[in-house]
Ligand binder design. Structure first.
Ligand code: ADP
Length: 335
């Protein structure tokens, strides 16, 4: 769907970069996580050491990359950015780790997608700032220990459940990012509108905030689409422009997009409200199970349309109502 995070176009990325808050003070919402990070960073600064390793968990677009940048910025340390999919061999990770400067913040996005062998190397690196490099093959293979500069690892994941325990345990702190409230998204949008020098009605900002899936990235993108709409149609960026632009991009009144609706309608209409297994559901909407689980479902659960049970996914009572579908009468009732 047009408003989901990937694939990223260059323009969208530049736009996101321009709107990224640079300090914890500018970071809207997530009061709990902000307080926790602040304490951690201050304690490290007072002891003049690298902050503990930090794991940021939560759905896409909630501010994980932004927080990693803030950690580096607020502690006055350089930042190195990498990602799980880019680390397919232990050697890829060794190359990154051995080139870090003392105190550097290493950000690994999608850390749950890193190769197994690299994961194991990371345990030792996180704990002792040391790695063992394997040289040679077969009987003649030896491992050479290599000391690393102390660093702070900031890992981000949409699937904290998929991280092996030994890795999860080595983070000093795990922040669970929550979906944002409408008020908070309105603040995100006010800030963005100000930075982009957009003349937009506060009522329209409120409307966009309420239809952004609790996600700052989506809020900022919808803002851009509304701005485009107002520009092209020569109208002001008010309530009507919001309605028209969001309809054009398939965003409904509560912020569900096309994929959200496809998933809910499949459960309701094809599986009579469930329970239906994740794999079956994924096939029936033609999406990857991983995307359904980490991108689509968390929000549907959060707004009370979908339930996850041990037997599979179910539609809630509210879902039948929201989509105006009536449950089919049981077909094989025995009389
Ligand atoms: P993630 O890494 O979790 O996918 P990002 O950190 O890339 O998310 O955030 C996506 C966009 O949303 C960024 O461009 C940033 O401008 C905006 N954003 C995220 N969180 C906040 C926040 N708390 N306050 C203001 N803007 C935010």
């Amino acid at each position: 769907p047009a408003l989901q995070p990937s694939p990223e176009s260059e323009a969208e990325l530049a736009f996101e970069g321009a709107l990224r808050p640079k300090s914890l003070g500018e970071f809207v919402g997530q009061p709990k996580v902000r307080g926790q990070l602040q304490l951690l960073l201050r304690a490290a600064a007072m002891q003049n050491r690298a902050p503990d390793h930090i794991l940021l968990a939560g759905p896409p677009g909630l501010g994980k990359t932004t927080l990693a940048m803030i950690v580096a910025h607020e502690s006055g340390r350089p930042l190195r950015m990498s990602s799980g999919p880019a680390i397919q061999h232990a050697g890829d990770l060794a190359a990154v780790l051995s080139s870090l400067v003392p105190g550097e913040v290493l950000f690994i996005d999608e850390i749950h997608r890193m190769a197994r062998a690299a994961e194991e190397m990371l345990y030792l690196a996180m704990e002792d700032f040391r790695i063992d490099i394997m040289v040679g093959k077969g009987a003649g293979a030896t491992s050479i220990p290599l000391d690393l500069a102390p660093f702070t690892l900031v890992g981000a994941t949409t699937r904290s459940g998929m991280l092996p325990n030994p890795l999860r345990d080595r983070f000093g702190f795990t922040a669970h990012l929550e979906f944002y409230e409408t008020d908070e998204l309105q603040q995100v949008l006010e800030r963005a509108a100000h930075l982009l020098e957009l003349d937009i009605d506060p009522v329209a900002l409120r409307e966009i905030a309420g239809r952004s899936r609790g996600t700052p990235r989506i809020a900022n993108r919808l803002l851009r689409r509304v701005r485009d709409y107002a520009l092209v149609h020569g109208t002001n960026a008010g309530h009507d422009a919001v309605d028209a632009a969001l309809e054009l991009y398939d965003v409904d009144a509560v912020g569900l997009d096309r994929l959200d609706r496809a998933v809910m309608l499949a459960i309701l209409e094809r599986f009579d409200g469930g329970p239906v297994g994740l794999g079956t559901l994924a096939v029936s909407v033609g999406e990857e199970a991983d995307t359904i689980e980490s991108v689509v479902e968390p929000f549907l659960v959060r707004i009370g349309l979908l339930g996850r049970t041990p037997r599979g996914r179910i539609a809630t009572h509210a879902a039948w109502q929201h989509f105006g579908v009536t449950p089919r009468a049981p077909q094989n009732a025995l009389w």
